[in-house]
Design a protein around this ligand. Structure first.
Ligand code: ADP
Ligand code: ZN
Length: 736
């Protein structure tokens, strides 16, 4: 139990001792509280304080302000929680992110306190041990295995024991009920378990890999540095940064490895276990709350040596972080788009600087921002130019869809169908990539042309035949396909337009009825456990053809996959997104990188209506650096990031007129100096989202401008009514 101190009300002649306490609520500042005479607190301590009639848990942020509210109105800190204090570096990071993103510090703090129950000591864990005297019980094979297993080690929890013995938990509880096992208390949070062992040998590295590994090892103990590990897919970036992880572990410090959420599969954890003997601690939104609680606590107590996690792992309370790795650093999912809008890769660099530790960014297609930082000398670059072993980079061919159009209602062109046939004939696997969930992206009435749209969003409804629903991919709205057109009333005349993965699967089944097909999207494969099972099925060759969206693109290693067909390579190029070309290049390059990762050479076919587009040409020629240079030149000339700075304001609310008025007022108050321009207000491409109307303003500034100051000055001049919200997005990645 946490220590609770009774609050005191007696008269105090001397000035009250005060502390400021930041609360995990959308408040911009910390509040002062009185420190009871018998309590000592240091910055970072978690405390319970009164707020109105509630008790709230917050963090001691510093000394209180004696010139602040009068002593008489101060309330007492109620209790200090029995939990390691929040490390200085994390508090600094919270303040830094709040300033940078113009978010209330309390809202940022909330991300660092996402598991409030972790602040309480762990509930006692119950384990099972063998009973001193075995009673007469009915023996079964399963029960026998449990008794054998338990005899070989210490008392264990029911889940662990069941897993080791290969039985269900019910067998354990059954044995306990029969008196063959007894319940005992286990040490909380498994502190005694062996940690990762950096002394285990890794694979023999190639000379290039060895050079990179040595450089990372040297950096591991030399203070703040940023290193881009730039290596083609399959070049062994993971093996190389494992050496940096080993070095940090040898010096006794903790390590954080950030991955895009979906890449957190069993495959990646198994590789870690191969190298270091045990699986790392894992942190992402999809794991059970109890497991997250345990991870948070283990991190705070320094017991978790290596955490592999999604972007929110950045907010874990590492007391002794010694290294950060951001794998697939270019990945767009590092940008959090709601609540506090921040970029986890950039904030990880800030965290490394605050902690004076090295950070490694790994990618085969680094972000233009990162490349530019290497060119200016702020980041160091290590290069791995070739695939490991005999594997070669796949050949990329463009299929000109103007020349070889598929038949009506079909989506695969002749050459791609032929390549599929050849690949399957050779006993190899093929991947068809189409970044569109569902059956068809658009449904319209053949009679009047009416298109089915989401009632809450500016977005077409996507037909999903698997679930028999029309879905909005923005707000989750779902409805059955209407048999009558909602506009003209015509019966059964609604028609699906364009392909999604489900429709593509229909085509593949007609073409190759005897082959085993699997569809991998976020609809069919939910969460890391399901993803791991899918990956295993492919690796075991239980699947011949995979159809997938971007979730198949990331990180997976399928030895027998030799053909990748991209059904619509142009898909990402539409729309006015600043990074459309860069992202399309990254995504297609990554998908292409799934082919031919071992001794069988890979082949990639891109179906495109724009074979002359710079992105397609660069992919076909394997000319990444040429593409980046051209893209970079375009951004430089336009003053776009990373050569200029952007911030977006998104004004939204349920009443269109109110939103328009607020946006217009912001437009009138916009700063226009020599080096700042404001574009808009304009309706956002998603002019309505979840029932809220949206307008956008974009601030564009030259590099030297203090954007935060400009934004603050700007926002302070305008008031907007309740119900209207103005979101600030510094360094926007989404322009929707
Ligand atoms: P990347 O992260 O650059 O895509 P990986 O680290 O996943 O590359 O390596 C690709 C494959 O090659 C993996 O199966 C990995 O285990 C293997 N590999 C890489 N380097 C070596 C090495 N030096 N010895 C043995 N296997 C290696
Ligand atoms: Zn919607």
């Amino acid at each position: 139990m946490p220590m609770r101190h009774a609050s005191k009300t007696e008269f105090e002649p001397a000035a009250a001792r005060r502390v400021s306490v930041l609360l995990p609520l959308p408040l911009g500042t910390a509040y002062d509280y009185r420190l009871p005479p018998d309590m000592t607190l240091t910055p970072g301590d978690f405390v319970s304080v009164p707020l109105g009639r509630r008790a709230v848990t917050g963090v001691v942020w510093g000394d209180g302000d004696p010139a602040g509210i009068a002593d008489g109105r101060l309330k007492d800190v109620a209790a200090r929680l029995d939990c390691p204090p929040m490390p200085d570096a994390l508090r600094d990071l919270v303040d830094w992110i709040a300033r940078y993103t113009l978010s209330p510090a309390g809202a940022v703090l909330r991300m660092a306190m996402s598991i409030p129950e972790a602040l309480e000591p762990a509930p006692p864990r119950v384990g099972y041990a063998i009973a001193g005297k075995l009673p007469e019980i009915r023996m079964t094979a399963a029960r026998g295995r449990v008794l054998e297993t338990i005899a070989r080690g210490p008392a264990r929890g029911a889940t662990d024991l069941a897993r080791e013995a290969g039985v269900s938990v019910g067998v354990i509880t059954g044995l306990a009920a029969a008196g063959a096992l007894v319940r005992v208390a286990l040490p909380a949070d498994g502190g005694a378990a062996a940690g990762p062992d950096p002394g285990r040998p890794g694979p023999a590295l190639s000379p290039e890999q060895q050079d990179a590994a040595t450089a990372l090892r040297d950096a591991a103990t030399a203070g703040f540095s940023v290193t881009l590990l730039d290596g083609v897919t399959g070049s062994g970036k993971t093996e190389v940064y494992f050496e940096a992880v080993a070095a940090a572990l040898e010096s006794g410090r903790q390590v954080l490895v950030l991955l895009p959420e979906i890449a957190l599969t069993g495959q990646c954890l198994a590789r870690f276990a191969d190298r270091f003997g045990v699986e790392p601690d894992v942190w992402h939104s999809d794991i059970a709350r109890g497991v997250r609680r345990r991870c948070w606590r283990r991190v705070a107590e320094g017991k978790a040596r290596v955490v592999v996690g999604a972007r929110s792992a950045l907010f874990l309370p590492f007391p002794d972080l010694g290294l950060i790795v951001v794998d697939e650093e270019h990945d767009a999912s590092y940008k959090q788009e709601d609540g506090v809008i921040y970029h986890a890769r950039d904030m990880a660099v800030v965290r490394a600087r605050i902690g004076a530790i090295p950070i490694v960014l790994a990618s085969a297609t680094p972000a233009l921002e990162t490349v530019s930082n290497c060119e200016s000398g702020r980041y160091r670059r290590l290069h791995l130019p070739v695939r490991h072993g005999v594997a070669e980079l796949p050949d990329v061919e463009l299929l000109d869809m103007r020349r070889d159009p598929p038949a009506r209602g079909r989506w695969l062109s002749g050459p791609l169908v032929q390549a599929l046939g050849e690949t399957l004939e050779a006993g190899e696997q093929a991947l068809l990539f189409l970044n569109r969930r569902g059956y068809a992206p658009l449904t319209l009435c053949r009679v009047c042309g009416h298109r089915l749209q989401c009632p809450n969003c500016t977005s077409w409804l996507v037909e999903h035949r698997l679930t028999g629903q029309m879905q909005c991919h923005h707000c989750g709205y779902a409805a059955a396909l209407p048999s009558l057109c909602p506009e003209c009333g015509a019966e059964d005349r609604m028609a699906a337009c364009g392909p999604g993965v489900e429709r593509l699967a229909e085509e593949v089944v007609t073409l190759f009825p005897d082959r085993r097909l699997a569809v991998m999207t976020s609809d069919t494969v939910r969460g890391p456990a399901a993803a791991a099972a899918f990956v295993e099925a492919v690796a075991n060759r239980d699947v011949d053809i995979i159809i997938g969206t971007q979730i198949v693109a990331k990180g997976h290693h399928f030895p027998m996959l030799t053909l990748v067909g991209v059904v619509d390579a142009d898909l990402g190029l539409v729309g006015g997104d600043l990074r459309a070309a860069e992202r399309t290049f990254q995504l297609l390059h990554q998908v292409a990188g799934r082919a031919g990762r071992e001794d069988r050479p890979g082949r990639v076919l891109l179906q495109t209506y724009h074979p002359d587009h710079a992105v397609m040409q660069a992919l076909a020629d394997g000319a990444r650096d040429r593409f980046l240079a051209a893209e970079s030149e375009m951004r430089r000339q336009g003053g776009w990031p990373p050569f200029g700075r952007l911030a977006a304001l998104i004004v939204s609310g349920p009443e269109e007129a109110q939103v328009d008025r607020a946006a217009a007022a912001l437009g009138r108050a916009a700063p226009h100096t020599g080096d700042i321009r404001v574009l808009g207000p304009a309706p956002a491409p998603l002019a309505m989202l979840r029932g809220r109307h949206r307008r956008r303003l974009l601030l564009k500034a030259s590099r030297g401008v203090d954007v935060q100051r400009a934004l603050k000055g700007w926002l302070s001049q305008v008031r907007w009514p309740n119900g209207v919200r103005v979101q600030v997005d510094v360094d926007p990645y989404s322009f929707l």
